[in-house]
Ligand binder design. Structure first.
Ligand code: SAH
Length: 366
């Protein structure tokens, strides 16, 4: 099992994504003798071993089922244990593409946080690239490191417990030479001055800083300009989920009948409240003091929901609609991108950097 390669059969020690529903995916490490307890039933891990990824697994009693999915960075982001705010796929996919992260790329990430973005960096850089990820919170660092080992990511990354704002990114004995830098830190402007010694000076290097507040963006832009970064641009990714569903066709007569019903219920409710007021003294008391007997007559509930009709019920007419829904699982932040163009020396002549020409230095913040 690995985020970077595919295999078809589940083996002991694998990370499997147990898919219960669209909003509930549980990552498990398969271990003989263990069980997965869900609201659909109990699933012994032994029954998973040898199955193909993607299989549907029934409970021993055959009442409930789950799907056993192959781990991907996208599923990991949806299911991981949160220790911090995390980066979601709408942002990570755009950032990876925008920073040109490809097989062989060398990338810096700080902080590691819950390790949501880490597999999404490792997948494109494998098998020859390297990710240098930094986290200053000791427990988060240890937790992330143990997950990276369990998930077979350690051969593609170096995870360091370090405050990068105070102590920078240099690692003794390692030539980092990063082409891409991703900073998800509260104060990226304090880390930016430390980057010069660890980014590549052979080609251009790209950076993305992920910040929820525009005040952070302003400080980041200033630090980028002061440290020789150019083509500064701020972007925000806004993701929309489209949902398709059925809406009941309602006749005018139905609407009139419904209005009459509401009116009737209201009158009954008012009568009920009046009765309670007589019994308990006032409307306010009637609400607070309820009869205690278990077998009490609860009376008519004017605010009750009535009976529930399941979407698509054959006894009613329906039509299909599609509507957009704001994607909930995305923590929107401002993405500040920039590039660093090294000065090239050709036959003792210094080729000017791009930002020395024209007005390229102006950030495109909007
Ligand atoms: N991108 C991560 C979330 C990062 S949250 C993910 O998708 O899971 C920010 C992390 O940066 C936190 O874990 C915090 O402890 C760490 N951090 C904050 N300041 C830091 C610093 N100066 N050096 C290293 N890590 C830092």
């Amino acid at each position: 099992m690995s985020f970077t390669k595919f295999k078809s059969k589940i083996e002991e020690g694998d990370l499997v994504m147990a898919y219960l529903s669209r909003t509930h995916i549980k990552p498990i490490i398969v271990k003989k003798g263990d069980t997965l307890n869900t609201r659909f039933g109990t699933f012994p891990h032994d029954s998973m071993i040898g199955l193909s990824y993607g299989s549907q697994l029934l409970t021993p009693k055959g009442r409930g089922f789950i799907y056993l999915l192959y781990p991907t960075p996208e599923l990991w982001t949806l299911s991981l244990p949160h220790r911090t705010q995390i980066v979601y796929t709408p942002d990570s996919s755009y950032i990876v593409q925008r920073m040109g992260v490809i097989p062989g790329s060398r990338v810096i990430e700080a902080g590691t946080g819950s390790g949501s973005f880490t597999p999404a960096f490792v997948r494109p850089i494998a098998p020859t690239g390297k990710l240098f990820t930094y986290e200053f919170h000791k427990e988060r660092y240890e937790q992330a490191l143990s997950e990276f080992k369990q998930h077979g990511l350690q051969e593609y990354l170096v995870c360091t417990n370090r405050d990068v704002c105070a102590d920078g990114f240099d690692i003794t004995g390692a030539q980092i030479d990063a082409e891409a830098v991703f900073l998800d830190l509260p104060s990226p402007w304090e880390a930016i001055p430390h980057l010069k010694s660890v980014i590549t000076h052979k080609t251009e290097a790209r950076i993305c800083c992920f910040s929820p507040c525009v005040e952070q963006v302003l400080k980041t832009v200033t630090a980028l300009q002061e440290n020789g970064w150019t083509k500064i641009e701020m972007t925000e990714v806004s993701s929309l989920l489209w949902e398709s569903r059925k809406v009941m066709v309602r006749e005018l007569d139905d609407a009139i009948a419904r209005l009459k019903d509401v009116k009737k219920r209201q009158l009954e409710g008012i009568e009920f409240m009046k009765k309670m007021a007589v019994k308990y003294g006032s409307n306010k008391q009637a609400k607070i003091r309820k009869p205690r007997s278990k077998n009490r007559d609860r009376g008519f509930n004017p605010f009750g929901k009535g009976f529930h009709i399941i979407e698509g019920d054959e006894n009613y007419d329906w039509f299909d609609v599609s509507k957009e829904q704001k994607e909930i699982k995305t923590h929107t932040s401002y993405l500040t991108f920039a590039i660093y163009v090294p000065q090239l020396v050709v036959k003792d002549q210094i080729i000017p950097k791009q930002d020395d020409q024209g007005d390229e230095r102006k950030p495109d913040c909007q």
